[in-house]
Design a protein around this ligand. Structure first.
Ligand code: AMP
Length: 419
């Protein structure tokens, strides 16, 4: 299928995407673009990396261009895209700017961590499309820098992550200020009951599109899980990066401290690494991402929240240094690779203390993740009594438990038998 066959009425939009190197639409684009063009609300199940940004941007731009209001002399914000993170806001902004090149449409991105004044000035100049994170958008709205009354197209991108990050009250506040005569598109990687409830409230008889199974991972991603002792994880990661000559790997840790620690440890192994987490300033995060993209550093270490929405083209490897606490995060994390049909590899390093996190992930995926032991990194055996159930206790604690059991045995041997 070609972009020209999707019903876009402004043919130069097709030329623009061709210039961007998009030879054919991705599955989400083929399915969503005709629906959005029809003016319907849309509920879309699509992960990052599937081409979802163009799936909503192109038909919205097309509709804005053919609508006579576009000729209006005074610029009003007609499209609002709400995203959970600063990085995603910047990426969607860049995509929107490149798609709307030479159309006269103006895009502005507003997100926290950068000067509110510069954003205010950009809004005051007048714009058609605003890409925003919820908190900063409300700040601007509160100060009267932006009116939401003329929004015709409202996109809630990565809605599942929005809810995870606690943005529900902000979203509700924003919704109260929107025009009810609008088209609403909701994109989410996973469909939890909370997302379904939000979609039910927000959307009016939506068309539904889905790429890959809900809660599923891209078919082009090869997954492998290595059971390994906790203290050998860094060595195993360094070994994988070195022996397999990985040039760009995104590594997930469960904490900010863990991400900084891992950077130090990898550096000792001669691997250039940088972390991106919520403690870093916007400037540091942007620089870290730029260094990673340009190949100056080989490993980008991130927490789930920080990594959300990072657009790193041609990412071949993702590593779960720590297993994710939430099963849905497994899907999000490995969605960073195998993008737009490319092959990708997702590796998970699982120490005994994180084994209990595997079952919920496999339940969500509805399949087993392949496992193998890597020579030299085989996990130490643990005895039956080390595994009394889920969650698996730490081995240190088990040793204490064993000692306690031994003591009790001696004690009960000497004492009275319990009746
Ligand atoms: P997204 O899911 O929107 O974050 O897009 C993921 C990546 O796929 C981005 O780097 C896009 O530039 C790229 N992309 C989107 N659509 C296409 C397409 N039709 N052909 C090739 N690459 C695409």
């Amino acid at each position: 299928m070609l972009f020209r066959e999707l019903g876009l009425s402004t043919s130069f939009l097709c030329e623009t995407v061709e210039q961007l190197g998009y030879t054919e639409p991705t599955p989400i684009q083929s399915k969503a673009i005709p629906q959005v063009l029809s003016g319907k609300d849309l509920l879309a199940a699509a992960q990052t990396g599937t081409g979802k940004t163009a799936a909503f941007s192109l038909p919205i731009i097309d509709q804005m261009l053919i609508d006579p209001i576009a000729q209006d002399s005074e610029k009003k914000v007609r499209c609002l895209v709400l995203v959970p993170t600063r990085e995603l806001a910047q990426q969607v902004y860049e995509a929107m700017v490149s798609f709307s090149k030479d159309t006269g449409l103006r895009c502005v991105a507003v997100y926290g961590g950068t000067s509110i004044k510069a954003q205010r000035d950009a809004l005051k100049l007048g714009c058609d499309i605003v890409i925003a994170t919820p908190g900063r958008l409300l700040d601007h709205h509160h100060c009267g820098h932006i009116s939401l009354k003329h929004i015709e197209h409202f996109v809630l991108d990565e809605a599942d992550r929005m809810l995870d990050m606690g943005f529900k009250p902000d979203i509700q506040r924003i919704l109260r200020n929107l025009n009810s005569q609008r088209q609403t598109l909701l994109f989410s990687a996973t469909f939890t009951p909370q997302i379904k409830a939000l979609a039910y409230k927000l959307l009016n008889q939506p068309a539904e599109v889905e790429v890959a199974g809900k809660n599923s991972t891209a078919a082009t991603v090869k997954e492998m899980l290595y059971p390994v002792d906790k203290q050998k994880k860094t060595a195993l990661l360094a070994y994988l990066i070195g022996s397999r000559n990985w040039q760009q790997v995104l590594v997930f840790t469960k904490t900010k401290e863990g991400s900084d620690q891992l950077v130090k440890e990898l550096k000792l192994d001669g691997i250039k690494a940088v972390s991106i987490n919520g403690d870093k300033s916007q400037g540091a995060r942007t620089k870290a991402l730029a260094d990673f993209k340009s190949g100056q550093v080989r490993a980008l270490i991130a927490t789930d929240v920080a990594a959300r929405g990072l657009d790193i083209p041609q990412l071949d490897q993702v590593v779960n240094f720590d297993m994710p606490f939430k099963a849905e995060d497994y899907v999000h994390r490995i969605g960073r690779t195998g993008r737009a049909g490319r092959d990708g590899l997702a590796v998970s390093l699982m120490s005994h203390d994180q084994e209990y996190l595997l079952a919920p992930i496999e339940r969500l995926l509805d399949r087993r993740i392949p496992q193998e032991w890597l020579a030299g990194f085989e996990p130490s055996p643990i005895s039956e009594s080390d595994n009394p159930g889920s969650p698996r206790p730490r081995r240190g604690r088990n040793r204490d438990k064993q000692k306690m059991k031994a003591k009790l045995k001696i004690h009960s041997g000497r004492g009275k038998k319990k009746s």
